[in-house]
Ligand binder design. Structure first.
Ligand SMILES: *Cc1c(COP(=O)(O)O)cnc(C)c1O
Length: 369
């Protein structure tokens, strides 16, 4: 049946006509970047929409992560998860810090909070967990440990746009949370990201750091970076925000259909959302177990041969990459769950425009073997 490629995700694009008036406004007022009117508006609208106090927009989440570690003046060792996109650990290395990997929970795929304490040394100053696939980390336990040991907690919340946990924004947990608005994420500004801060003083420090450390015309207070979001990206975000509820609703339908159809397939394990949280349905990971007739990679290749482009997120594991595998905490014997999940996981296509017959086609390919 299927000739056109079905990607693992597809960015939502509004009608071009909806975006044109924003471009005209930029052309008229000639304010292209540096905290322009659309930038200010998007920060305000995101605060309201997400239910958080302070948002600092960035040109991408990787620069935001690097800046967040700077803003908190982190030094020495940072405890993190190997089961993530490389940017998480790279942001630690870019600060001249040492990542210390802790294994994941085999059900949530998030850092196993019970194993954090034994990884703390006198050099540890922060924990950098990831809310994997938008599923909340064990935020209560992590905060308790951080309070006991005087550590900062910075959440890589790149997947966690608009996730509510026990009725409140998940992004309020920890000292800072970082969002990604990359084209592959559920809410996108082409490229973009943000840091969520708990107070104005912290937001101001972050805003200075993302603008070279400049505080006024004559004063530079820190070796900042250029992390600013441009007016075009911010304007696009404002348009995108008008459609985001609909986009997430369509994703939810797809999520539910996969669940109903794949629940009984022998050798396929589904990943469950946290009962206390609203997912944003940004990913649909499955585990391909040994009892399934094909290996994970064989299923990946089979789908690809039928023009279905599933993704092995997250494989290879960060701790097995050349720049990390020499670290003491990278030994596979300490990261049993992360290595196992990484070898079995496959993320299936999920996006607003995935049609029912396309999804049924994917489901049948998985079931027929
Ligand atoms: C996408 C992603 C990032 C990086 O985001 P960019 O905006 O592309 O820099 C960081 N961490 C995780 C977990 C991600 O999925």
């Amino acid at each position: 049946m299927n000739k056109k490629n079905i990607p693992v995700t597809q960015p939502f694009l509004p009608e071009l006509n909806e975006f044109i008036p924003y471009l005209e406004e930029i052309w008229q007022n000639r304010w292209l970047t540096n905290n322009g009117p659309f930038h200010q508006r998007l920060e305000g609208e995101l605060c309201d929409y997400l239910g958080v106090e302070y948002v600092s927009l960035f040109n991408n989440a990787t620069i935001a992560l690097i800046t967040a570690l700077q803003a908190m003046r982190i030094s020495g060792e940072v405890i993190t998860t190997p089961y993530s996109f490389v940017a998480t650990s790279h942001s630690i290395l870019w600060n001249g810090l040492e990542p210390v990997f802790v294994d994941i929970d085999p059900h949530t795929f998030n850092i196993d909070a019970e194993k954090i304490e034994q990884a703390i040394t006198p050099r540890t100053t922060a924990i950098l967990p990831v809310h994997c696939y938008s599923n909340p980390c064990d935020v209560e336990t992590i905060q308790k440990i951080a309070d006991n040991y005087g550590l900062k907690v910075i959440y890589d919340a790149a997947h966690a746009f608009n996730v509510k946990y026990k009725g409140e924004s998940l992004l309020k947990w920890g000292d800072l949370s970082i969002l990604s608005f990359h084209a592959t994420k559920v809410f996108n500004t082409f490229e973009g990201g943000a840091i969520i801060s708990p107070d104005l003083k912290t937001k101001q420090r972050i805003d200075h750091l993302k603008n070279f450390g400049i505080t006024d015309e004559l004063t530079v207070v820190a070796p900042g970076i250029n992390g600013k979001m441009s007016e075009i990206n911010a304007a696009f975000g404002l348009v995108q925000l008008k459609h985001i509820d609909k986009v997430m609703r369509l994703r939810k339908d797809i999520d539910l259909r996969y669940r109903a159809s794949l629940a009984d397939v022998k050798g396929i394990t589904l990943y469950h959302h946290n009962m206390n949280a609203d997912s944003n349905f940004s990913y649909f990971p499955i585990l391909v177990e040994d009892s399934y007739p094909l290996s994970r990679d064989e299923l990946y290749e089979k789908l690809k041969a039928h023009h279905i482009l599933s993704r092995r997120y997250f494989y290879p594991l960060i701790s097995n990459m050349p720049m990390y595998r020499g670290l003491p905490s990278s030994q596979a014997s300490r990261l049993i769950n992360a290595n196992e999940v990484s070898s079995k996981v496959l993320c299936l296509p999920i996006y607003h425009g995935l049609e029912v017959d396309e999804q049924n086609y994917i489901i049948n390919l998985i079931k027929e073997v």
